[in-house]
Design a protein around this ligand. Structure first.
Ligand code: ADP
Ligand code: ZN
Ligand code: ZN
Length: 676
C-alpha cells in the first residue's frame, strides 16, 4: 500500500459496540492508521450517530453487507497493543454465542468500566502492584491427611491438560488446604492460578488465607472494590504480574498470560450465575475456559450441584472426596423438632429454648437462622382476613419493627403501618410469621443476660460493617447470632456449637424444580457452621413436616443419598441435567403485551419445526406483577444442548423482528438457575 493511497484491497473493520443489538458495526480504517495496528482485540473509537463511541475490533474483513460508499471511517485505533488477547476474545465470542447476548456488551462487561470510555490506556504508577505488605514468615503448611494427599496428587499429576475435578468434602474437611497446595504447584511452575469464590462475605477470609501462605502478589477483585482498585487489579493480571487471581463471579473474565489452573470454590453457589443482563454462569465459563487453555479446573463443594454430581457419575468429571473433617472436629448431630406437637407461642419451641440454655451455660455460641428479614412477613386482620399487600407487586408487605414500617422486599416500596384494618376498621392487626427481628426479640425475652447480635442486610450494610461483625464474633463478643442465609456461607465460627433453624419448612414446597436441591444445600451448609473446633456441634431443625421424604433422606442418609434420589426424580421428569433449558422472559406495563409477544414467539417456534425443542408456555411468572410490570415466561426444553442451541439460533433473531416485541422488555436465559 502506497502512503496516502488508501488500502489496495477493501479493508473493513468489524466492530462490536456495547449496544443491545447482536450484529457487528462495519467501519473503514482511520486515515493513516498503520496496518499492523488493525488487530482484533483493539479498542476503536468510532463515529456513531452524532457522537463517538468506544467499540472493540472483532475482525478485519474484506467485505461488508453495507455498500462501501455508505461506510464511515473509524476515528482512531486506541492503545498501543490490543486490550484483549486473542484467546480471551475467542472466549468472549463463544460466550456471546452460547448465551445469545450481544458481543459488544459481553466484551464491555469483561473490562473495568473506565476502559469503556474514550481515553488511551497506559499503566499509571499506582496501577502497578505495590510492594506486597510486609510479610510475616508464612505459617508452616499442615501435613496433609491421606485423603487430601490423594486429591492433591491426582490434580497436580495432570496440570498439563484439561480435566474437571469435582472435590466434594464437608465444611472443615480441608478443601481450601487442597486448593492452596495446587496453587503452590502451579505458581511453582511459573503459571497463574485463578480462584473464584462466592459473592457473600467469603472473599476477605479466603484472600487472607492465600496472602498468609504465599509471598507473591495476589490480584483480588470483588464487588467491594473501587473503580481504581478494579482497574489496578485488571492491569496487574493483564500484565501477568499477579501469579494468583482471586475474585467473585466477574473475576472469571480476568485476562491471564500464563493460565495454570482454575479453582471454583462452593461451585453450587447461586451467586456464580448472573441473574440480569448478560446471564452467564461463571462456573460454566470456568470450565469452558479451562478447556480452551488446556488446564485443569477444580470444582469444590460440600454440597455439589446435581449437574456436577451427574457429570461425575457419567465419568465426565473426576470425583475426589474428602469424607471426614480434619483433626478432632466431629460431624454435628441433628435433631428435628416437630412443631405440630409443641405449644410454641413465639418462634422458639420449648425444646429449642432448652438447648440454647445448655449451650450458653457451657459458654459456647449459638446461631439461629430465620428465613426473612424484618419482624413478620405478614400483617393480617383477624376479623376480615385483609392482608397488607404491595400496590405494585403480587406480594405481601413485611412488617419491620425497628423502623415501624411496612416494606416490600421485591420493589422496595415502604409505607407506614396502618393503625387499624383499612377494610373493616378493626383496631387490631395480627403479625404473622417470624423474621429476624422477632427472633431477636424472643431471644432477649428468654435470655436477658445473653448478648444477641442480628446479622442481616438491614443490620449489617457493606463490607466494612460485615468485617467488624465478624471480628466481634471471633473475639467472643456475642453469645447468640441471629441471621439470614448471609450467615450460612463458609465462615469459621469456632465457638459455635449449636445451630438452630427456626423454620425448616421453607423450600420443601417451592415452585421451582430446584427448590429441594437449594434447601438441602442450605441445611448442610448451615450445619457446617458448627462444631469446627474440638467441640462436637449440634443442629436443631424446627419443622411442621418432620416426615417429608426430602428432609428424612437428607437427615438420615446425608447429602449424597439425597442427591441420588433427587437425580432419579429429575431423570423421570426430564429436567436438567437430563435436558437443557432456556427461559424467555417478557415484561411490560401493559397487562396483555407480554403474553401476546410470547404467544407469537411460540407460534414462530412451532413453525420453525422446533428441531427437537419443546416450547412450554407462555405462563405468568410465579410473581406475575412486580414493580408494576406484568411478567410472563416461555420455556424452551430440549434433550441435548446442541439441539437447544440450534433452535435458539434459528428462532431468537425472528423474535427481535416481531412488532409485539417492541411493547415489552424481553430476555433469554440459557441454563436458567431460577425460574422466577
Ligand atoms: P474446608 O475448605 O473444606 O472448609 P479447610 O481447608 O478450611 O476446609 O480446613 C478446615 C480447618 O482445618 C482449617 O482451619 C485448616 O487450617 C485446617 N486443616 C486443613 N487441612 C489440615 C491438615 N492436613 N492438618 C491440620 N489442619 C488442617
Ligand atoms: Zn379487617
Ligand atoms: Zn412491591
Amino acid at each position: 500500500m502506497e502512503p496516502g493511497e488508501g488500502p489496495a484491497h477493501a479493508c473493513i473493520l468489524r466492530v462490536a459496540l456495547a449496544l443491545p443489538f447482536s450484529h457487528l458495526y462495519d467501519y473503514l480504517p482511520p486515515t493513516d492508521c498503520p496496518e499492523d495496528r488493525l488487530v482484533p482485540g483493539h479498542r476503536v473509537c468510532v463515529p456513531f450517530k452524532a457522537g463517538a463511541r468506544i467499540g472493540f475490533l472483532i475482525e478485519v474483513s474484506d467485505e461488508s453487507p453495507i455498500a462501501p460508499a455508505k461506510l464511515r471511517r473509524a476515528i482512531e485505533v486506541l492503545d498501543q497493543a490490543p486490550v484483549i488477547h486473542t484467546p480471551q476474545l475467542g472466549l468472549l465470542i463463544w460466550a456471546s454465542d452460547y448465551y445469545h447476548h450481544p458481543l459488544g456488551e459481553v466484551v464491555a462487561q469483561a473490562l473495568p468500566s473506565s476502559l469503556r470510555r474514550v481515553r488511551a490506556i497506559a499503566p499509571r504508577a499506582r496501577d502497578a502492584p505495590g510492594p506486597s505488605t510486609p510479610h510475616a514468615p508464612p505459617p508452616a503448611a499442615p501435613v496433609l491427611t491421606a485423603n487430601q494427599a490423594d486429591a492433591v496428587q491426582a490434580i497436580t499429576a495432570r496440570l498439563d491438560r484439561f480435566e474437571v475435578f469435582l472435590l466434594e468434602g464437608v465444611t472443615g474437611s480441608g478443601k481450601t488446604e487442597v486448593y492452596l497446595r495446587i496453587v503452590e504447584a502451579v505458581i511453582g511452575a511459573g503459571k497463574q492460578a485463578l480462584c473464584l469464590v462466592p459473592e457473600i462475605g467469603l472473599t476477605p477470609q479466603t484472600i487472607a488465607r492465600f496472602q498468609e501462605r504465599f509471598a507473591v502478589p495476589i490480584a483480588a477483585t470483588h464487588s467491594g472494590l473501587s473503580e481504581a482498585q478494579r482497574r489496578a487489579a485488571w492491569w496487574t493480571t493483564r500484565k501477568g504480574l499477579a501469579p494468583i487471581v482471586i475474585g467473585t463471579r466477574s473475576a472469571v473474565w480476568s485476562e491471564l498470560c500464563r493460565p495454570g489452573v482454575i479453582v471454583v470454590d462452593e461451585e453450587h453457589d447461586l451467586s456464580y450465575k448472573q441473574q440480569q443482563g448478560f446471564r452467564y454462569s461463571a462456573r460454566d465459563i470456568a470450565i469452558i475456559r479451562a478447556k480452551r487453555h488446556r488446564i485443569p479446573v477444580v470444582l469444590g463443594s460440600a454440597t455439589p450441584s446435581l449437574e456436577s454430581l451427574h457429570n461425575a457419575a457419567i465419568g465426565r468429571y473426576r470425583h475426589l472426596c474428602l469424607p471426614a473433617r480434619v483433626g478432632c472436629a466431629t460431624d454435628p448431630t441433628t435433631e428435628v423438632i416437630d412443631l405440630r406437637r409443641g405449644t410454641a407461642r413465639g418462634p422458639l419451641s420449648a425444646a429449642l429454648i432448652a438447648r440454647i440454655t445448655e449451650t450458653l451455660a457451657e459458654r459456647r455460641q449459638v446461631i439461629v437462622f430465620a428465613n426473612r428479614r424484618g419482624y413478620a412477613p405478614l400483617l393480617l386482620c383477624p376479623e376480615c382476613a385483609w392482608a397488607a399487600g404491595c400496590d405494585r407487586c403480587d406480594a405481601r408487605l413485611v412488617y419491620h419493627h425497628e423502623t415501624r414500617r411496612l416494606r416490600c422486599h421485591h420493589c422496595g416500596a415502604d409505607r407506614p403501618v396502618p393503625t387499624g384494618c383499612p377494610k373493616c376498621g378493626s383496631a387490631f392487626l395480627c403479625k404473622v410469621g417470624h423474621g429476624t427481628e422477632r427472633v431477636v426479640e424472643s431471644l432477649r425475652e428468654h435470655f436477658p443476660a445473653a448478648r444477641v447480635l442480628r446479622i442481616d442486610r438491614d443490620a449489617v450494610r457493606g463490607q466494612a460493617a460485615w468485617e467488624r461483625v465478624l471480628a466481634r464474633i471471633a473475639e467472643g463478643d456475642a453469645d447468640i447470632l441471629v441471621g439470614t442465609q448471609m450467615l450460612a456461607k463458609g465462615h469459621h465460627f469456632p465457638k459455635v456449637t449449636l445451630v438452630a433453624i427456626v423454620d425448616g419448612d421453607q423450600g420443601l414446597y417451592g415452585t421451582d424444580f430446584r427448590a429441594g436441591e437449594r434447601m438441602a444445600q442450605q441445611l448442610v451448609q448451615v450445619a457446617g457452621r458448627t462444631g469446627r473446633a474440638e467441640d462436637p456441634g449440634h443442629v436443631v431443625i424446627q419443622t411442621h413436616n418432620p416426615h417429608h421424604p426430602l428432609l428424612a433422606v437428607l437427615l438420615r442418609e446425608g447429602y449424597s443419598a439425597f442427591a441420588a434420589m433427587a437425580l432419579r426424580e429429575r431423570r423421570e421428569a426430564g429436567l436438567p441435567p437430563f435436558s437443557a433449558l432456556a427461559l424467555v422472559r417478557a415484561e411490560g406495563r401493559d397487562t396483555r403485551a407480554p403474553e401476546a409477544f410470547l404467544q407469537e414467539a411460540r407460534s414462530l417456534g412451532l413453525r420453525e419445526g422446533h428441531q427437537g425443542a419443546a416450547l412450554l408456555g407462555p405462563v405468568p411468572a410465579p410473581m406475575e406483577r412486580r414493580a408494576d410490570r406484568y411478567r410472563w415466561h416461555l420455556l424452551v426444553q430440549a434433550r441435548e444442548r446442541t439441539r437447544l442451541q440450534a433452535f435458539l439460533r434459528a428462532w431468537l433473531p425472528q423474535l427481535a423482528a416481531l412488532k409485539s416485541s417492541r411493547r415489552v422488555r424481553w430476555s433469554v436465559d440459557v441454563d436458567p438457575q431460577e425460574l422466577l
